[in-house]
Design a protein around this ligand. Structure first.
Ligand SMILES: Cc1ncc(COP(=O)(O)O)c(C=O)c1O
Length: 438
């Protein structure tokens, strides 16, 4: 029997929810804060104790249009009044087709495009591999260190980080090979990455067996490292030379975050398949795979899909998101926010705060936190996110050592809220510096 007190929101506070959570959820489901959400609006969130936070996490890159954008909510409410689910495989509906048409028209490659809609980012990356294998008749996939492509088994295999994503769950699906991502830090150059791919071709897999290379135009979880244009150009050239496909994983970088609809557009390189999710539907679960039309038709009817794939609620939300991006000029706004963030973070560095390797594209901005000896340091970055949280800012770290602070503030946030968040970041950096110096 359920305990009525357990479902009474008036009795919930962060500590009691944390205790209930520990008893009822596996520890593998981790949260970076113990701030239990009650309500949220644009770039602000209030917890169950009524405390307000500025939100620089945006639900991990899902909320480029902010929490509960009125246009998105209105579109979803209208859809709720019509139908919520039919399964597109049973009774299809127009919004799925309309969204596919709009995504095809905006695809970051020339020629005809087709789009399938799914639910999660991992499904988008998995389906990209299915299509690449079917289209090429080949098996192998090349991915990069630090990459994150999701938590399902094949997506975990493509993810370039063992702990916590691969530990204890091996063996991984075969035919996935990793080369170093050219972060530009610690000697990870484009030349080294390309040499490593040639090494793979010599030591592990012949290029004629490679179906695809998958790359994030800006690495998300791996540390907000921007893929250099010459690197993307070289991957395109290798793909053309050996007949494999170039997959752009835009799950985190896509949908206006970088100042373009897709991060790869900055390079001018044309991918063959593009994975999208997160901010596509402004807070509703929806993902997709956009690809060259002839490739997308490689699988037989029934070979693609999923019960919830292309949910009508998600499609309604995504159509509204595309309108909001256009009508509110969010591509330019992302560029302006990026400049604002950079200018302020450069000031932090100039003032001697422990900041290094400022980087990013548009409003996808990250920087490393250093320790007393000037090394980039996960413990120091964690201290910054903890101090920020105490002061009322939800802030995320990332990077292979957790050393990077990443900023994913909604593009609809006002300058005042962004500055409020940046003031807290500054104070948090100053606070950890005092602790380190003490
Ligand atoms: C680049 C990238 N690809 C794929 C995924 C997986 O998306 P999901 O968590 O929706 O499965 C993520 C999630 O963070 C991501 O950042």
């Amino acid at each position: 029997m359920s305990d009525p007190a357990m479902s009474d929101p008036a009795k919930s506070d962060n500590a009691s929810l944390a205790a209930r959570r520990d008893r009822s959820l596996p520890r593998g489901v981790a949260s970076s804060t113990a701030v239990y959400a009650d309500r949220a609006e644009n770039a602000e969130l209030w917890d169950v104790e009524g405390r307000r936070y500025v939100d620089f996490a945006g639900g991990i890159a899902v909320l480029n249009t902010g929490h509960r954008h009125p246009r998105v909510i209105a579109a979803v409410e209208a859809q709720l009044g019509r139908f919520t689910h039919t399964a597109f495989q049973v009774s299809p509906y127009e919004s799925y087709i309309e969204l596919a048409e709009k995504l095809n028209a905006r695809a970051p490659f020339s020629g005809e495009a087709k789009t399938i809609l799914l639910t999660t980012g991992a499904e988008a990356t998995e389906n990209a591999v299915k299509i690449a294998r079917a289209a090429t008749g080949r098996s192998a996939v090349i991915a990069f260190t630090g990459a994150f492509h999701g938590r399902t088994l094949l997506a975990s295999a493509m993810t370039g980080k063992v702990t916590p994503y691969k530990r204890k769950i091996g063996p991984m699906p075969p035919e996935v090979f990793h080369a170093p991502f050219p972060t530009g830090i610690d000697g990870n150059t484009v030349e080294k990455s390309l040499a490593a791919i040639h090494y793979l071709f010599a030591a592990d897999v012949e290029p004629e067996r490679v179906a695809a290379v998958i790359v994030e135009p800006v690495q998300g979880e791996g540390g907000f490292h921007v893929a250099p244009t010459e690197f993307l150009e070289a991957l395109r050239a290798l793909a053309d030379q050996h007949g494999f496909l170039l997959i752009a994983d835009e799950v985190q970088a896509g949908f206006a975050r970088t100042g373009r609809l897709f991060g790869i557009e900055h390079s001018g390189v044309e991918p063959d398949l593009v994975c999208v999710a997160k901010s596509l539907a402004g807070g509703f679960p929806l993902s997709g795979l956009i690809g060259r039309a002839q490739l997308m038709d490689s699988l037989d009817p029934g070979g693609l899909g999923g019960t919830y794939g292309g949910s009508p609620i998600g499609c309604a939300a995504a159509l509204a998101v595309l309108d909001v991006i256009e009508e509110e000029g969010l591509l330019d706004r992302a560029t302006a926010i990026g400049e604002r963030l950079r200018a302020r973070i450069e000031e932090f560095a100039a003032a001697g705060l422990p900041v290094a390797n400022l980087r990013g594209l548009g409003a996808m901005i990250g920087f490393d936190v250093t320790n007393a000896t000037g090394e980039t340091c996960g413990v120091a970055a964690k201290a910054v996110t903890a101090a920020a949280l105490e002061a009322g800012l939800i802030l995320l770290s990332c990077g292979t050592k957790g050393e990077t602070i990443r900023i994913l503030v909604p593009l609809t946030a006002s300058d005042a809220v962004i500055d409020e968040g940046l003031d807290i970041v500054e104070a948090a950096l100053a606070r950890i510096t005092e602790k380190v110096d003490a």
